[in-house]
Design a protein around this ligand. Structure first.
Ligand code: NAG
Ligand code: NAG
Ligand code: NAG
Ligand code: NAG
Ligand code: NAG
Ligand code: NAG
Ligand code: NAG
Ligand code: NAG
Ligand code: NAG
Ligand code: NAG
Ligand code: NAG
Ligand code: NAG
Length: 799
């Protein structure tokens, strides 16, 4: 998913805060030194830059009033609070950010001199003060108050240091306030109670709030339990708008009939001057306040909270997650390694492990949340986790199946325990089948088949949040019609072309599983997987600014009665208006008919044939990538980069990958071309640099030379290390053409390889040169397609 408005943010601060890059330690080599969490923190990357464990539920960072979808941004906007729940890289509305706390020094004994409302308290930070590294985030406010944060699984620990506060002096009193809100001001109602003895050493605030998911339906309740210590409590109470008082000690806020948004919360005031920092431990739960308190007490025991110890635990957890990968850089610029390792880090921020925090059903199965959205994640992020963290990936798949069991449907998008909006097909189907073809273990495959078949056969009443729409037409007409008549279920009646393409691939996934499980439905679903061909209008042409592009044949919408409709093939491309679900519904979702022409992952051979053979196919691909039609910042484009493999030209895929990395995917704060979408942009970068790119749902990785001299990946289950080694590697990337290859010492001529490479610990040696060779070009060297279309390629074979 991609949110256009944020893509348009200019990069005027491009050089502002580069000093914030992680500092390299000189003593011991530390893989974490290569990680810069601030990559993608601006210009629409929407990356979460704060402290989190791998897949952690609690994510602590400063929240700003600018680009705050992921909480913080280096866009120069002001800090409004520090909170413990976030998503990363998402589009949609700013996600979570519930119950922000905020430190300040208030100038007189009168508590009403504190700035409580969000606009009043917003404060800039010292530009060079940001420190972001795995497990830790720190920033110093303009007024000198230093804030640091770290996390456990279900709790965050904040440390506020007032000693250098410039507007303070010994007679000013430090205040920690909590705001009953979230980043999106979606609160429906909330409660807080404050418990602190005047003169005591600690105070506690606890409560709950009902909020709206940032890209979904319904509402969710979050619970918090905040313990604050570090000084002598002067007094405590609640605040409403810009007034506060010591009585009462609790408050309940809701939305009035006019939906008025009252700003309110609790505060705790300490007697200044302080001897040391204030520590604030924030426990979070989606079950109850008691559980929030328990999570905090178990994971971050008091009374003396060990801040630095927690940071170490988090860093160790990250080191372990990164351990399967090793690189021999071969002299390439450090920025490439920073890009690579930071991207690996970002693939494990979401989905988030909410096991034990699911309010909707009880189960002994794992529960993962923040599938935001599977449309974004299935293509590269989840396939990457399958390689480096297969155990967690199995748990994620089990969580999807458990969701099916209890909700009746696989999720397509899910956040904050709520159902999210479906973007295209039922893409969890592809996730399950990718897990199958890659031999993930511990998964009930019969249940998986049942869940996918449910998507394929039964239309839900509300297909905006699960399953597929228009199934009656799908089964009888074999395409999703333009302006379908669909009295069975309800959803946004658009995207007929992209839904046809996605449902075709979903059915291909189901066919794959059916075949492997020996089901006789195999042929039925395989035949349905060819439905995409019904929307190919062979004589459709496309012009840009009145100039014919001279390519013929595009997908077009088709009415129920079989008559063609029309959508300009360049509509929804970067050369036209962006098409989101809500702002500009059209027949292709978030991308053009030009781009969707290549979205037939199972039958590119047939696409080549329909487009007139290899020569025109390659010409069209090239035109697509060089004319401004390709939207490299959104997921549907990913596979197009590697499509020359199907036409026997792996060299062109390598060239294309280098044309985008690092020019569009790099180590700067504005270094992502679109929303990271959890870790989608990250994984596109990683797979490109690794030199193996997946076609998920199939046992296929396209081979190009890695961007490093050699890379090794140790399978955490088998402990076997697979290696890809470049011979004749040059750091200037002139030699990016494979001349010959050896797999485990034997000549290897296929331009793709299967997942056994990773599980069996094989070694691939690629001999490089500065010119295209005939390696991997022959028909029998190309990746499989359902049709035999590519066996009659019209372009002359290169020999
Ligand atoms: C800090 O950065 C912001 C935005 O980049 C800029 O407007 C401001 O002038 C900078 N402040 C200082 C003290 O450099
Ligand atoms: C401390 O700050 C208060 C409030 O701004 C001010 O009234 C007082 O004079 C200051 N004291 C000193 C010693 O600077
Ligand atoms: C940001 O906060 C500073 C005070 O730290 C204030 O002067 C400035 O006006 C704020 N900027 C915005 C855009 O709110
Ligand atoms: C708080 O800041 C002061 C002044 O910079 C510093 O000396 C002290 O070590 C800091 N305290 C902590 C716990 O970091
Ligand atoms: C809070 O809001 C939710 C969602 O609107 C509603 O279901 C719930 O009843 C409200 N709770 C209270 C205590 O008003
Ligand atoms: C939130 O807390 C209030 C006050 O303790 C309580 O009355 C209410 O039931 C709680 N709401 C939920 C959804 O737990
Ligand atoms: C998820 O969280 C649960 C509960 O904290 C834990 O037992 C489990 O190991 C975690 N799973 C993964 C894959 O991190
Ligand atoms: C398509 O062909 C026409 C006629 O030869 C030519 O004028 C036009 O420039 C071509 N379009 C492009 C995009 O090259
Ligand atoms: C098919 O339906 C469309 C839309 O209602 C209409 O414009 C078109 O004329 C119809 N075609 C035929 C052959 O009836
Ligand atoms: C880094 O990537 C961004 C986003 O795609 C791009 O705008 C920028 O030009 C790139 N920077 C470099 C130095 O290539
Ligand atoms: C893999 O290595 C780890 C750590 O050395 C060890 O605990 C585990 O048993 C090994 N697993 C296999 C399958 O060899
Ligand atoms: C999956 O397991 C089967 C049976 O053990 C094996 O033949 C196959 O090679 C494995 N495939 C992958 C991708 O690991």
């Amino acid at each position: 998913m991609l949110f256009l408005v944020q893509l348009c943010v200019l990069t005027q601060y491009a050089t502002g805060i580069s000093a914030a890059l992680t500092k390299r330690q000189t003593t011991e080599p530390n893989i974490l030194d290569w990680i810069d969490p601030l990559i993608g923190s601006r210009s629409g990357g929407n990356v979460f830059v704060g402290a989190t464990l791998p897949y952690g539920m609690v994510k602590a960072v400063a929240d700003v009033d600018g680009e705050n979808t992921g909480g913080f941004s280096t866009d120069g906007s002001n800090i409004t609070g520090f909170s413990a729940l976030h998503d990363s890289g998402t589009g949609g509305n700013p996600s979570l950010g519930n119950f922000p706390i905020f430190p300040q020094l208030c100038p007189s004994d009168d508590i009403n001199t504190c700035k409580f409302p969000i606009a009043a308290r917003a404060t800039h930070y010292k530009n060079d003060s940001i420190t972001a590294r795995p497990g830790h985030f720190g920033v110093t406010l303009e007024n000198g108050i230093k804030a640091e944060m770290t996390i456990s699984e279900r709790a965050a620990l904040f440390r506020f240091n007032f000693s250098d506060a410039s507007n303070g002096n010994g007679s000013m009193n430090p205040v920690i306030m909590l705001d009953l809100t979230d980043l999106w001001a979606s609160r429906q109602n909330a409660s807080i109670s404050v418990e602190a003895e005047d003169g005591g050493a600690t105070g506690q605030m606890k409560g709950n709030g009902t909020f709206l998911p940032s890209f979904g339906a319904g509402s969710y309740v979050a619970y918090f339990c905040l313990d604050i210590s570090g000084g002598k409590v002067k007094d405590s109470g609640v605040w409403v708008n810009n007034r506060a008082g010591t009585e009462p000690k609790e408050i309940y806020v809701t939305r009035g009939f006019n939906l008025f948004y009252l700003q309110a919360g609790g505060y705790l005031r300490f007697q200044g001057p302080l001897a040391g920092p204030i520590l604030a431990r924030m426990g979070i739960s989606f079950i109850s306040t008691d559980q929030a308190c328990q999570n905090a007490a178990t994971e971050i025991p008091g009374p003396n909270f060990d801040f630095d110890g927690l940071v170490s635990v988090a860093q160790e957890a990250w080191r372990k997650k990164l351990a399967p990968i090793s690189l021999e850089a071969g002299g390439v610029d450090d920025s490439m390694q920073t890009s690579f390792w930071s991207a690996v880090y970002r693939t494990m921020i979401s989905p988030q492990n909410y096991t034990g925090e699911n309010p909707h059903w009880q189960s002994s199965e794992p529960y993962f949340d923040s599938w935001y959205c599977i449309w974004d994640m299935w293509r590269v992020q989840l396939p990457f986790l399958t390689i480096i963290d297969p155990t967690t990936m199995s748990n994620m798949v089990r969580s999807l199946l458990d969701t099916y069991k209890h909700r009746g449907w696989l999720p397509d998008c899910m956040m904050s325990t709520c159902k999210g909006w479906t973007q295209g097909g039922s893409d969890a189907d592809n996730v399950l089948v990718d897990a199958y073809v890659k031999n993930l273990t511990g998964i009930d495959w019969e249940l998986a088949y049942e869940a996918i078949a449910n998507d394929a056969e039964n239309e839900p009443l509300e297909w905006s949040i699960e399953g597929r729409g228009g199934l009656r037409s799908w089964k009888t007409l074999n395409y999703i019609p333009y302006l379908d008549f669909d009295p069975i279920g309800f959803g946004t009646n658009s995207r007929s072309i992209s839904r046809t393409l996605e449902y075709s691939y979903n059915d291909f996934s189901l066919a794959t599983l059916a075949k492997e499980l020996g089901k006789d439905t195999y042929t039925k679903y395989l035949s349905r997987s060819a439905n995409w061909q019904n929307l190919f209008k062979v004589d459709q042409r496309s012009s840009i600014n009145g100039v014919d592009t001279n390519f013929t044949g595009f997908f077009q919408p088709k009415y129920l009665n079989g008559t063609w409709g029309y959508q300009d093939p360049i509509a929804c491309s970067p050369l036209a208006d962006f098409c989101s679900l809500t702002s500009n519904p059209s027949e292709t979702f978030e991308s053009s008919a030009w781009e969707y022409m290549f979205f037939v992952p199972h039958d590119i051979g047939k696409v080549i044939e329909l487009l007139g053979g290899e020569e025109t196919f390659l010409k069209r691909l090239d035109f697509f990538h060089t004319s401004g039609l390709a939207d490299i910042g959104n997921e549907p484009v990913f596979l197009t980069v590697y499509m020359p493999h199907y036409a026997g030209r792996p060299a062109l895929s390598a060239e294309r990958a280098h044309s985008y990395i690092p020019s569009r995917f790099n180590n700067s704060e504005a270094g992502l071309p679109g929303n990271d979408d959890s870790g989608a942009m990250a994984s596109f970068t990683i797979f490109g640099m690794l030199g193996l790119f997946p076609n998920p749902g199939q046992n296929v990785y396209f081979i190009i030379p890695p961007f490093f001299k050699s890379v090794g990946i140790t399978n955490p289950l088998t402990n076997k290390t697979s290696t890809i080694r470049n011979i004749n590697f040059d750091k200037e990337y002139k030699n990016i053409y494979i001349q010959s290859a050896k797999l485990n010492g034997e000549e290897y001529t296929k331009n793709w390889i299967g997942h056994d490479f990773f599980t069996q610990g094989w070694t691939l040696e690629l001999v490089l040169g500065d010119k295209e060779s005939d390696w991997g070009t022959k028909l029998e060297n190309r990746p499989p397609s359902v049709s035999a279309g590519n066996s009659q390629g019209q372009m002359k074979e290169k020999h």
